[in-house]
Design a protein around this ligand. Structure first.
Ligand SMILES: [Zn+2]
Length: 262
C-alpha cells in the first residue's frame, strides 16, 4: 500500500507537472496567435490606407486632366487701326485755364463728353476753350472736339493733359462731341467720326474698348447725356468701335506713323 501510495503521489506529481507544461504551451500558442493576429490586422490596415491614397491620387489626376486643357488657347492677333480720321490741329495757347501744358505721361483710357450746348460747332467750342485764357471764367478743355458735320479739331496735344475729366485728366484723352438738339444724341456724322477716332486711339495706346468711358463713369455727371440716359446705346457705341477695328484694322505691328500726330 505504502509503495502503491508512493507511486500514486509520483503519478500525481507528474500529472501536475505535465498539466503545467501543457498550460504554458497553450499560453504561448495563444500569445503567438495574438501576435500573428495583430501583424495580419496591421498589414490589412496598411494595405487599405495605401489603396485609399492611390485611389484618391488617381481621381485627383483625372479631374485635373479634365479641367485644365493640355493645349493653351492662342488669342487671336489684335487688329490695329493705323490711320485717324482727318482732323484740323488748332492747338490752344498755353494758359492756366484750358491748356496748362502739363505732360500726360500715361494714357489708360479715353473719355467721351458732350458739349451740353445744342447747335454749336466744333470751331465755336474750340474757340470757347481758347477764350478762357482771357476770360478765366472756368477751367475747361478737351484734346478733341467733334462737330455736328463730323468735323474734328484737335485743341491739346495728346502728350499734354486737358481739363475735361476731373481726376482722370492725368491718364486719359478727352473727346467733346457737339450735339444738334437737347436730346444729346450725336448726329450720324459725329457718331461716325467718333467711332473712327476711338478705334484709332484704342490701337495707338494699346487699350481695350472697356477703357472707353463716359464722363459719367468718373463723376456721375450726366455727360454725355443721351448715352447716360440710354446705357444700351453706350454699349452699342463700344461694340461699334470693336466692329470698326475688326473691319478696318490690320494685324501688322504698330508702325511709328502715330508719332507724327500731336
Ligand atoms: Zn463731360
Amino acid at each position: 500500500m505504502r509503495n502503491g501510495k508512493s507511486m500514486s503521489d509520483t503519478e500525481q506529481f507528474g500529472q501536475i507537472r505535465n498539466e503545467r507544461i501543457r498550460a504554458r504551451q497553450r499560453a504561448e500558442r495563444r500569445k503567438r496567435r495574438r501576435r500573428k493576429m495583430w501583424i495580419t490586422t496591421g498589414i490589412i490596415i496598411g494595405c487599405i490606407i495605401i489603396l485609399f491614397i492611390t485611389t484618391w491620387q488617381v481621381i485627383r489626376f483625372l479631374k485635373k486632366g479634365k479641367t485644365e486643357p493640355v493645349i493653351e488657347e492662342v488669342p487671336p492677333p489684335q487688329k490695329i487701326v493705323h490711320t485717324p480720321p482727318e482732323y484740323d490741329v488748332q492747338l490752344l495757347s498755353i494758359n492756366e485755364y484750358s491748356r496748362p501744358g502739363n505732360p500726360l505721361e500715361e494714357v489708360k483710357g479715353v473719355v467721351v463728353h458732350y458739349t451740353a450746348n445744342p447747335g454749336t460747332t466744333a470751331q465755336q467750342n474750340r474757340d470757347y476753350f481758347e477764350g478762357l485764357s482771357l476770360s478765366g471764367e472756368t477751367y475747361a478743355s478737351s484734346h478733341f472736339v467733334i462737330g455736328i458735320e463730323g468735323e474734328l479739331i484737335q485743341c491739346i496735344p495728346c502728350q499734354e493733359i486737358a481739363y475735361a475729366s476731373n481726376e482722370r485728366n492725368a491718364d486719359t484723352i478727352a473727346i467733346e462731341c457737339c450735339i444738334p438738339d437737347e436730346t444729346g444724341k450725336f448726329s450720324d456724322a459725329t457718331y461716325q467720326t467718333l467711332i473712327h477716332l476711338l478705334a484709332w486711339l484704342v490701337g495707338r495706346y494699346d487699350l481695350d474698348t472697356c477703357d472707353i468711358i463716359r464722363h459719367y463713369d468718373i463723376t456721375e455727371k450726366a455727360c454725355p447725356k443721351y448715352y447716360v440716359e440710354y446705357p444700351s446705346e453706350w454699349e452699342k457705341l463700344k461694340k461699334d468701335v470693336s466692329l470698326y477695328i475688326e473691319m478696318n484694322g490690320t494685324v501688322e505691328e504698330p508702325v511709328s506713323d502715330t508719332e507724327e500726330h500731336e
